[in-house]
Design a protein around this ligand. Structure first.
Ligand code: ACO
Length: 385
C-alpha cells in the first residue's frame, strides 16, 4: 500500500507507511516465538512447534517462555511446586464468582476475576515471574469454578496430585480425567501458549510499555482475545459446523455464506499464507480423538479451501488454529463457550512472558496516526453555529 502524507507536529509533511491493520509492520523485538507464515513454521525460543507439540507439557513450555530454556527435571519440579502453591482462589474472588449471573459469558468472567485478583493481591509495579506464576495457576480455577457455579454445582477443591491440565479437566467435570483427554488438551495448551505479535499479545505489550502492572496488561489481552477475528473464532467454527450439519449441505452452505459476504470461521490468517502448523497437528489429533466429527470437519475443510481459492483467488486462505481446535476441544469435553477461555488458559503463559520481556527492556509504545480530517477550519462559537 502506498505511503500516506502525514501532518506532523510542526506542520511539516512527511511520508510514512500506513498499512491498514499494521500489516507487515514490525512492532517489537522478541526472543519468545517466531512465525514464518510463508512456509508455515512456528518456533518457541528456537524449537519447532511440531517437536514440542507431543513431547512436552504445558508446564515445560511455560518454563521455556518465562526462563529462556527447556527445564531440567529439577527445574520443572520447582516450577510445578510454585504453580501448585498458587492453585487457590481467595474468598474475595470466590464471592465475586458466586455473585455473577449464571449467563455471564465466560470471557467476561475471566476478565472480571483477573481484574479483581489484581486489586485484591495488590499487583503493582514492575511485573515479576512470581506474579506470572500466581496468575497462570489461577486461570483454570476461575473458569472451572464459574462453570460449576453456573450449573448450580458445588465448587471442587483443586487437586495437588494432578498436572495443570488434568486439574482443569477434573475441576470442570468432577470426574477423573481420561489419559487421552489430558494428553490432547495438554498438546493444545502447548501449541497455543504463544504466537509472536498477535493482537492480544500486542495489546498486553502496549499496556506493559506504559509501566502499568501485570494484571492490567493481562486484562487488556483478554479483551483483545475475546473478538471473533482472534480467539473468539473457535466457538464460531463449531457453530458453523453445527449449522452446516451434513456433508451434502457443506458446498451450498459455504457458497451461500461467501456470496453473502460473510467469512468462514477458522480460515484465513494475517501471518500464515499456508496452513497453520498448529492446525496440522490439531487435525491429526482430532482424527484420533473423534473419527466421526473429524471426517465431517475434514470434508468441510477441503471444500472451504477449494471454494475460497475459487472465489478469492490469490488470497491464500487456509485452515487456521481455531478450526480443528473446535473438534479437539469438544472431544475432550470442553463446553463450546469455554473454547476461547481455554485458549486463554494456554496463552496466559505467552502473554506474561511478553509482558516480562517488554518491561525488562522498555520503551513506551506510542505510534503515530495518519490524520485524515480537515486541516484548518475557522472556529465558530457555540451560539453562532
Ligand atoms: N472467509 C472468507 N474470506 C476471508 C476470510 C475468511 N475466513 N479471511 C479472509 N478473507 C478474505 C477477505 O474477505 C479479504 O477479501 P477481499 O480482498 O476480497 O476483501 C481477503 O481475504 C483478505 O482479508 P483481510 O481481512 O484483509 O485479511 P486479514 O489478514 O486482515 O485477516 C483474519 C485475518 C481476521 C483472521 C481473517 O482471515 C478472518 O476474518 N478469518 C475468520 C476469523 C478467524 O478464523 N479468526 C481466527 C484467526 S486465528 C487466531 O487469531 C487465533
Amino acid at each position: 500500500m502506498a505511503g500516506q502524507t502525514l501532518i506532523v507536529g510542526n506542520g511539516a509533511e512527511e511520508q510514512k507507511p500506513n498499512k491498514a491493520g499494521l500489516e507487515g509492520i514490525v512492532a517489537a523485538t522478541t526472543a519468545l516465538s517466531n512465525v514464518d507464515g510463508q512456509v508455515g513454521r512456528l518456533v518457541y525460543r528456537g524449537y519447532d512447534i511440531h517437536d514440542l507439540a507431543h513431547s512436552t507439557s504445558f508446564e515445560e513450555i511455560a518454563y521455556l517462555l518465562w526462563f529462556g530454556h527447556l527445564p531440567k527435571r529439577s527445574e520443572l519440579a520447582g516450577l510445578q511446586a510454585s504453580l501448585l502453591e498458587q492453585r487457590q482462589l481467595s474468598t474475595d474472588i470466590l464471592t465475586i464468582l458466586r455473585n455473577l449471573p449464571a449467563e455471564t459469558a465466560p470471557m467476561d468472567t475471566l476478565r472480571t476475576a483477573v481484574s479483581a485478583w489484581g486489586m485484591y493481591a495488590n499487583v503493582q509495579g514492575q511485573p515479576t515471574i512470581e506474579q506470572a506464576i500466581a496468575l497462570t495457576a489461577r486461570f483454570p480455577l476461575i473458569l472451572a469454578t464459574f462453570h460449576r457455579l453456573r450449573q448450580g454445582l458445588e465448587v471442587l477443591e483443586p487437586r495437588a496430585d494432578l498436572s495443570y491440565t488434568a486439574n482443569y479437566l477434573y475441576l470442570l467435570t468432577g470426574q477423573e480425567p481420561k489419559a487421552e483427554h489430558i494428553k490432547g488438551l495438554d498438546a493444545y495448551l502447548v501449541m497455543l501458549a504463544d504466537h509472536s505479535m498477535n493482537a492480544s499479545t500486542f495489546t498486553a505489550r502496549i499496556v506493559a510499555s506504559t509501566a502499568s502492572d501485570l494484571a492490567s496488561a493481562v486484562v487488556a489481552a483478554i479483551c483483545a482475545l475475546k473478538g471473533p477475528l482472534h480467539g473468539g473464532a473457535a466457538d464460531k467454527a463449531q457453530e458453523m459446523l453445527a449449522e452446516i450439519g451434513t456433508a451434502e449441505n457443506a458446498e451450498p452452505w459455504i457458497r451461500a455464506t461467501l456470496s453473502s459476504g460473510r467469512r468462514l470461521m477458522g480460515f484465513g490468517h494475517r501471518a500464515y499464507k499456508t496452513t497453520d502448523p498448529r492446525a496440522e497437528e490439531l487435525r491429526e489429533m482430532a482424527r484420533q480423538a473423534d473419527p466421526v466429527g473429524f471426517a465431517f470437519a475434514r470434508r468441510v475443510e477441503e471444500l472451504a479451501v477449494s471454494i475460497l481459492d475459487e472465489i478469492k483467488p490469490g488470497r491464500r486462505l487456509y485452515t487456521n488454529v481455531d478450526f480443528y481446535s473446535a473438534v479437539l476441544l469438544s472431544s475432550v469435553g470442553i463446553p463450546i463457550d469455554l473454547f476461547t477461555p481455554t485458549f486463554a488458559v494456554a496463552r496466559i503463559a505467552g502473554w506474561t512472558a511478553h509482558i516480562l520481556e517488554q518491561s525488562a527492556n522498555n520503551r513506551l509504545i506510542r505510534p503515530l496516526a495518519a490524520y485524515s480530517g480537515p486541516a484548518s477550519l475557522a472556529f465558530v462559537p457555540l451560539d453562532q453555529r
